[in-house]
Design a protein around this ligand. Structure first.
Ligand code: GLC
Length: 643
């Protein structure tokens, strides 16, 4: 095993590194006769220091900067002209993903379209809905057999053969760009499949590749690490280490036994990934979702998540991408507590230098909690405690994704309301699996921990809202109320495929030999194109139409730009929360009733943020209080602006 964490204290002084100016000359030489060499150098001047300071924090290898420079120059030289133009456009509009017109959609290619070529046929559908950002779930070559929904990559240079080829991917990217849609792909960088060539070489006894992984000859170190580690899949893949008989060693496997964690302390791993990232960028990928990024760095005595080195490494990767292919941005998938997740946007010296986007897991959980309790106070407490994120970054807001929901609700937030954190999380599990009288939901349990009893939840947004239940006439309003919050927060709202037509749970996954071992497939249904109308879209479907309208209104309201934070305020009515946005283009006060009953609220409580008669932009009507009160229907949503 390679020596892990190199502490900053042990590093040679910065002066020991080749001066940035020498590297500039070297980059110029490497770029040769590239006609855009001057542009790349200007970008080196802008982001080179980010790269070097990131390296200083983590790695001691003095050759590393030269190797990275080489990768950057080679990747840039191979960058197609159309993408160089895209670089320029993105540099001129670096806030493209923050603007109110940025609308995301996430789908498995095979569930959405069958394969990549057929996905092109459905671009018009995405345009009709208003989508400008498409996240296609893992589509690079995976191991055969169980592959964690594609998150066990066996080849980063190939597309999964059932979905198409790299050329098909490029073709799709070109079509998407033409339609004003950016393409996001997963970058699985914490682990590779046991079948990846690095892991195969390691098993064949190649020491160079064995150092790409965390391997141990006996249980001594694994046991020490286990003391402070948690388990991601406690039921189906307990423990964090797997004995590999071929390797004849234990190997670190945070997720499934066939997903081998990479040793990011090894500079070769860093170089490999810089190459992978820039290759994908050159295929036309606009955003990389940094899968399970929290787990990248291991440190004894910790839970091996959110270590400081993760952020320095992200800074290196992002700087390399910005110099070679600046159209590319990063989205962090770090499902970690609110106090930690903000670091993925960068804090302190990393502020604004790491991921551009990060999933707002806490907000998502709070929406579900508010709907279940018919009480928005906990959301107000939790959201008000979130730290500010850099003004150049944005949250990816969402209601559902392909994963389960873990009840990431902090004890101290519950305590602020006199609630018990454990009891509340337990209540939410019961509620969303229909075990509470007040429940409207049809979710299922995911990975109940055999010792702690902790449970997570599966189910589509529609099923969790009760859309499939005859006794839930308000289910659609509930779903739309939740999506209006997702759209109103600022950031890139991500629609998970099928939510726009309220697709319910797909029990069929259990009959599919490829899916039956992972019940998260219950909320990854097939797109029922056969029920689409003659235009190939779902207009006429009430959820689709209402969501499309919501999207159109959002796009029209510049004040939803993500550089402005949303203030979340509780009111005297437990079920009502206000999202307040102060933007020079116009202030907006959003009002939500998360309950399935009508409520009335003193007008001043809302008007204090936007006094005077207000136009409600979702309905286009002027809203005025009656007898000093606003009367809100169940699941009412108001976006109030003053002209
Ligand atoms: C991410 C993915 C999840 C996967 C895990 C391991 O959390 O969203 O589906 O199981 O990473 O790659």
């Amino acid at each position: 095993m390679k020596a892990p964490a190199v502490t900053t204290a042990l590093l040679p002084p910065k002066a020991a590194r080749t001066a940035a100016t020498d590297l500039r000359q070297e980059l110029l030489r490497e770029l040769g006769d590239d006609p855009a060499a001057a542009d790349v150098l200007a970008r080196w001047d802008r982001w080179g220091q980010d790269l070097l300071s990131g390296l200083d924090e983590v790695y001691v290898d003095p050759q590393l900067s030269h190797r990275l420079l080489h990768e950057i120059a080679m990747a840039h030289r191979a960058r197609p002209q159309a993408l160089r133009e895209r670089d320029l456009q993105r540099l001129l509009r670096p806030d493209w993903f923050q603007a109110s017109d940025a609308i995301g959609y996430a789908a498995y290619t095979e569930r959405f379209a069958g394969d990549l070529p057929r996905a092109i046929e459905h671009i018009a559908y995405l345009q009709d809905l208003g989508v400008t950002y498409l996240h296609l779930m893992p589509l690079l070559q995976t191991r055969s057999g169980p592959n964690d929904g594609g998150y066990a990559v066996s080849d980063y240079d190939e597309v999964r053969s059932d979905l198409g080829t790299m050329d098909d991917l490029e073709e799709l990217a070109t079509h998407l760009h033409g339609a004003g849609i950016s393409l996001t792909l997963d970058l699985v960088l914490n682990h590779v499949a046991r079948e990846h060539r690095w892991a195969r070489a390691a098993r064949m006894g190649d020491a160079h590749y064995r150092d790409y992984f965390w391997t141990f000859e006996d249980r001594a170190l694994p046991d020490s690490y286990e003391h402070s580690l948690t388990e991601v899949f406690p039921q189906t893949a307990p423990g964090n280490f797997t004995w590999d008989p071929e390797l004849n060693r234990w190997v670190w496997t945070t997720f499934n036994s066939y997903q081998w964690d990479l040793n990011w302390a090894n500079p070769d791993v860093l170089c490999e990934f810089v190459q992978i990232i820039l290759n994908l960028a050159n295929r036309g990928v606009d955003c990389l979702r940094l899968d399970a990024i929290a787990f990248l760095w291991k440190r004894m005595g910790t839970n091996c998540q959110n270590q400081a080195e993760v952020h320095a490494i992200t800074q290196i990767l992002r700087a390399a991408a910005h110099i070679a292919a600046p159209a590319l941005i990063f989205k962090a998938e770090a499902i970690v507590p609110p106090s930690e997740v903000v670091h993925y946007f960068g804090r302190g010296p990393h502020a604004g230098r790491v991921s551009d986007l990060a999933y707002h897991n806490s907000f998502m959980v709070q929406i579900w909690s508010a709907l279940a309790t018919r009480d928005a106070r906990l959301m107000s407490v939790a959201m008000s405690r979130m730290s500010r994120i850099p003004t150049t970054t944005a949250w990816a807001t969402y209601l559902r994704c392909h994963d389960d929901i873990g009840w990431a609700i902090e004890d101290r937030d519950c305590e602020a309301l006199g609630w018990n954190g454990w009891a509340h999380r337990n209540f939410l599990c019961d509620f969303y699996t229909g075990q509470q009288d007040s429940s409207f939901a049809e979710g299922t349990v995911f990975e109940q921990h055999p010792v702690t009893g902790d449970r997570r939840i599966n189910g589509t947004a529609a099923s969790l809202c009760g859309v499939g239940r005859e006794d839930q006439p308000l289910a659609v309003d509930r779903l739309l109320c939740a999506y209006t919050m997702v759209m109103g927060m600022g950031g890139v709202p991500l629609i998970f495929m099928g939510d726009e037509i309220a697709l319910c749970n797909d029990a069929d996954y259990a009959n599919d030999p490829h899916h039956c071992d992972d019940n998260r497939w219950i909320h990854r249904p097939l797109m029922p194109w056969e029920v689409a109308n003659e235009h190939g879209d779902f207009s006429g479907h009430q959820v689709y139409d209402r969501l499309r309208h919501l999207i159109a209104v959002r796009k029209d309201n510049e004040s939803l730009h993500a550089s402005i934070p949303t203030e979340v305020h509780a009111t005297s009515v437990d079920a009502v929360t206000c999202f307040v946005r102060h933007h020079p283009a116009g202030d907006m006060t959003q009002v939500y009733n998360v309950a399935d009953h009508a409520v009335s609220i003193p007008a001043w409580e809302i008007d204090q943020y936007a006094p005077g008669a207000a136009r409600e932009v979702l309905s286009g009507e002027v809203v005025e209080p009656v007898d000093g009160m606003y009367h809100l229907a169940p699941y009412a949503t108001l976006w109030l602006v003053r002209d």
